[in-house]
Design a protein around this ligand. Structure first.
Ligand SMILES: Nc1ncnc2c1ncn2[C@@H]1O[C@H](COP(=O)(O)OP(=O)(O)O)[C@@H](O)[C@H]1O
Ligand SMILES: [Mg+2]
Length: 245
């Protein structure tokens, strides 16, 4: 089953007189259980694509469907629900709250879920255990290494048990050993818990460890080694403009 589908998705940004096409007619699908790296040079559209997958931004044209439903048909409330219930997001710079402990950082996303404090603590502890950081539950971010901080960010993304975790260059500020260990952790969560991952990277060392690599060039898909995907993602059947009502 496809979690997210792009059909001829284009995103343009206007900067004064200049229009930039960040994504150009992209057809793409994320299936449940996928472990996908989006790669490509700086400026090729990776962040734009992740933001669109995460419904943090909307396309200029084309259609995005999440679990078969066109995102354009959802109101703000439904979009908030979708984001907080279905997605976990890991940022390049971790985005942890400096004055909170690891455990408190991981509890944060659960506030939106209306759980008791005990239940929030219980779930956050389990998420920290899943990333092997139980011992660091009471540490603040500045008392941890970069690799440990990024693991806290993974735990925070996991704690709501999202269907899909998105990560924009999650290893960019990590040394090689920490970067490889983060990818191992994500793969383990992918195989053992069936968490779907889509992340961007331009780190060649990591790409050898990824089962599906999607390559962007100037906003277009120049490669997708998903079984059944065409080079330009043409495997997705066009349904014409019948849904543009
Ligand atoms: N908010 C924005 N306003 C204007 N241009 C943007 C914006 N975000 C991205 N772009 C442009 O869109 C293109 C793709 O950017 P981006 O998705 O950030 O690529 P990547 O993540 O691969 O480096 C670039 O040319 C970038 O300058
Ligand atoms: Mg980027």
């Amino acid at each position: 089953m496809n979690l997210v589908e792009f059909e001829s998705v284009t995103k343009r940004y206007r900067l004064g007189e200049v229009e930039v096409t960040a994504l150009d007619s992209v057809d793409f699908a994320v299936r449940r259980g996928d472990f996908v790296a989006i790669t490509g040079p700086s400026g090729s559209g990776k962040t734009t694509m992740l933001n669109l997958i995460g419904c943090l931004d909307s396309p200029t044209s084309g259609e995005i469907r999440v679990a078969g439903q066109p995102v354009s048909g959802l109101d703000d409330h439904a979009l908030d629900q979708l984001r907080s219930r279905s997605y976990g997001i890991i940022f390049q710079n971790f985005n942890l709250v400096p004055v909170l402990t690891a455990l408190e950082n991981v509890m944060l996303p659960l506030y939106l879920h209306g759980l008791s404090k005990d239940e929030r603590q219980h779930r956050a502890s389990a998420a920290l255990a899943a990333v092997s950081l139980t011992r660091f539950a009471d540490f603040r971010p500045d008392q941890m290494s970069g690799g440990q901080r990024q693991r806290v960010a993974v735990a925070r993304a996991l704690v709501t048990e999202p269907k899909l975790i998105l990560a924009d260059e999650p290893t960019a500020s990590l040394d090689t050993a920490s970067a490889l260990s983060l990818v191992d952790l994500m793969k383990e969560l992918n195989t053992e818990r069936r968490v779907t991952f889509v992340f961007s990277t331009h780190d060649q060392r990591l790409l050898q460890h990824v089962s599906r690599v999607v390559e962007l060039r100037d906003g277009q898909l120049s490669g997708d080694d998903a079984p059944g995907a065409g080079v330009t993602g043409a495997a997705l059947v066009q349904t014409g403009d019948s849904e543009v009502a």
